[in-house]
Design a protein around this ligand. Sequence first.
Ligand SMILES: NC(=O)c1ccc[n+]([C@@H]2O[C@H](COP(=O)([O-])OP(=O)(O)OC[C@H]3O[C@@H](n4cnc5c(N)ncnc54)[C@H](O)[C@@H]3O)[C@@H](O)[C@H]2O)c1
Ligand SMILES: [Zn+2]
Length: 362
Amino acid sequence: MKVVKLELQERSYPIIITKDDFKNLAGRLKALALGNQAFIISNPIISRLYGPGLKTALSNVGINSVIYNIKDSESSKSIAQYIKTISKISSIDTKKRLFCVALGGGVVGDLTGFVAATYKRGIPYIQVPTTLLAQVDSAIGGKTAIDLASGKNLVGAFFQPKLVYSNVSLLGSLPARQISSGLAEVVKYGMIIDKDLFAFLEKNYQKILNSDKESLIRIISTASKIKAHIVANDEKETKGLRTILNFGHTIGHALETATDYTNLNHGEAISIGMVAACQIAQEIGILEPKVEQRLIDLLVKFNLPIKAKKVDLKKVYQAFYRDKKFINGKIRMVVPSRIGHVIVTEDIPFKIIQKIIKRSIS
Ligand SMILES: NC(=O)c1ccc[n+]([C@@H]2O[C@H](COP(=O)([O-])OP(=O)(O)OC[C@H]3O[C@@H](n4cnc5c(N)ncnc54)[C@H](O)[C@@H]3O)[C@@H](O)[C@H]2O)c1
Ligand SMILES: [Zn+2]
């Protein structure tokens, strides 16, 4: 078991990375004394697999719990689902002290966080992420959100959980494509800040793909440390540091939007976006070509795409222009200068970006 601390004064919290059962979590919850009624938000697939174990462990330490399932889809991050969820909480909220548990991937985590941030002006919640992407990224850092028809994550709040409990054993049931998607974010951490993590991924990719628990604990705890450090120093993305987490995401998001979030999942889109960012870095003369090749070799090992198929180029450009990072005709891009280091710049000529976007589509 590893414990990473996210330091935010009185809002600090531990991130536990373990392979053990829920007993360990229940003990910690009892010590945190968040309340004696847990409202577990999950989806039918995940709650069938892990709901009973979690409920039993909680009940053994005197915490009552109910499971509330939402539909297994991004469409659950909606205003309608938000209202249904808070209404349900309100209907069972008696004199007991209630807290929320997000048992699921980023969809469950984002909705639960926003519910907890807003119900009664904020109640405690914890994250029990069940996808690799959620364990290395979305469950950490307190960005909570739901979507509007006009765009993703447009309604939200910064609201930190009291605990993040990442159990690699929960990843055993995760489809291989979802594992690869989470690995794209881990590769990102290597590229932006940690060349040793990148080298570890290159050396141990086979073990990781075989879900070797010790290797997973190593990469999840390293990723958690990096994200915790960045969030602790720039919680609300006002100091520029948190921006580096957007490496691969500018072009990646445009690809996701252009394909209506259908043929590419998030990790696949940022895999392509990271390769594109390397090509931009070469165009402006700050990156050696061999770095792009190393990145491509690693992404391919993790079964991630490096080009997008069947995407309408016009739609990608449109999505790119509409991006909130596009200000006064300039777009903020995160580009690498070597493995483990990136720069943030607004000086990339749009001609170069267009050329590289075109090259990212096959
Ligand atoms: N808050 C943040 O900082 C942040 C960061 C990145 C992404 N996000 C958000 O996260 C969401 C994507 O999250 P995601 O990639 O985890 O997707 P997801 O929550 O949709 O989960 C992916 C799929 O895996 C299934 N699943 C989850 N855990 C499983 C398990 N253990 N076994 C079997 N199946 C399992 C889910 O049912 C789902 O079908 C997006 O809405 C995105 O906006 C938020
Ligand atoms: Zn991401």
